[in-house]
Design a binder for this molecule. Structure first.
Ligand code: FA5
Length: 351
């Protein structure tokens, strides 16, 4: 090959190698590049071997050019390797950067739902009065939900408590009252008892500001010898004062439940207007919180008690309605929607 031809070949190799070097941006491809251009099978090595067969003048000229190209490529390689390594370190540092000046991320702490909290407050009041707590099943029999409570199949009182039926005999309970007979059967016959029963109940009620088709109730039952209406009144008055404050008073209005006789609705003084009359109490100054009465002798007998010796009182309240009153909640549906804008307002009130 002539001197000029050598020159062209070497320059072409140099350009190709430098271009390929520029594209080698990690250590693995740089290593592949090194093997390709400096390894035993590389063009440069092959050409170096040919130098031995040249005459001295040509050998020196070609040798010099070969060395010059080799030096350019070597220093290019070193420079690129340094750059690639520095780049890798820069990436690692960026990924591991810890900004110690950033404020910590606040953990969102949940609180009890206002209904749960109200049920617990009511339970605490009755526990302090010597009651125990029992729980029943949400799926009940027609017998316990209605018949043993003096509500036979054709009784008009069933219309007020229509429910979801699983079979002709099994239904979703419409109130916690079936637990009256179950508790008496469990503890009795003819044993005194004081118990409350919190739980979920179901009705075919249209959902509106004060009604839900699934809601909570708390049943209360006291049975003993000589239990009187005044005991009912005193217990519920103590309860109302404990929950709403010592200034609170209650009012009993005659009412009807097939399983109590006499029956009453119990009102508390309107929390909103303190009794002067407002929109919440519909200008009456009072708000109804529960139904109650003296346990009907038929119910005592259905549970195996001697109704001539034993008497009792019972009540059933809606804790969602109590929560609405206590915290000024205008619509019961707010309690079921899981809207954090609503629920987080109770963080301070309740904690
Ligand atoms: C009863 O359910 C009777 N079992 C209460 C009772 C027990 C009377 C023991 C006598 C002796 P009533 O249907 O009125 O009664 O319901 C009782 C309470 O449950 C109501 O005062 C109200 O606070 C609540 N309540 C009733 N229906 C709904 C509803 N659809 N949504 C939310 N709360 C309700």
């Amino acid at each position: 090959m002539h001197q000029e031809a050598w020159n062209e070949e070497l320059q072409a190799l140099r350009e190709e190698a430098l271009e390929s070097l520029r594209l080698s941006v990690d250590e693995a491809s740089l290593e592949a590049w090194r093997v390709r251009y400096f390894g035993k099978k590389s063009q440069l090595t092959a050409w170096s071997r040919q130098l031995g067969g040249m005459d001295p003048e040509e050998r020196r000229a070609v040798g010099q050019q070969l060395n010059a190209v080799r030096e350019v490529l070597e220093s290019g390689y070193k420079g690129q390797l340094e750059e690639v390594r520095a780049q890798a370190i820069r990436h690692q540092l960026a990924a591991e950067t810890l900004d110690v000046t950033l404020p910590g991320r606040a953990r969102r702490v949940g609180t009890l739902h206002p209904t749960t909290r109200t049920i617990e407050e009511i339970e605490a009041v009755f526990l302090a009065l010597g009651f125990t707590i029992a729980e029943g099943m949400e799926v009940e029999t027609d017998e316990y939900n209605f018949e043993m409570l003096n509500v036979p199949k054709d009784h008009p009182a069933r219309d007020m408590q229509d429910t979801f039926y699983l079979t002709d005999e099994l239904l979703l309970r419409t109130h916690t009252s079936p637990m009256q007979v179950r508790v008496m059967k469990q503890i009795g016959p003819n044993q005194p008892l004081k118990v409350i029963v919190p739980g979920r109940v179901y009705r075919r009620d249209e959902d509106d500001a004060t009604h839900s088709h699934a809601f909570a109730q708390i049943e209360g039952l006291v049975v003993g010898e000589g239990v009187r209406m005044s005991d009912l009144k005193g217990t519920l008055e103590a309860f109302a004062k404990a929950l709403f404050g010592q200034q609170q008073s209650i009012r009993l209005r005659p009412s009807f439940f097939p399983f109590t006789e006499p029956s009453v609705e119990v009102d508390v003084r309107c929390i909103q207007c303190q009794g002067t009359g407002c929109r919440v109490c519909k200008d009456t100054g009072w708000i109804e919180i529960l139904g109650a009465g003296m346990v009907h002798p038929h119910v005592l007998e259905a549970a195996g008690y001697d109704a001539r010796r034993f008497s009792g009182f019972a009540f059933g309240m809606g804790p969602e309605r109590v929560a609405m009153l206590k915290y000024g909640i205008p619509d019961i549906r707010l309690l079921y929607q899981n809207d954090l804008r609503f629920l987080t307002q109770f963080r301070r009130v309740l904690s």
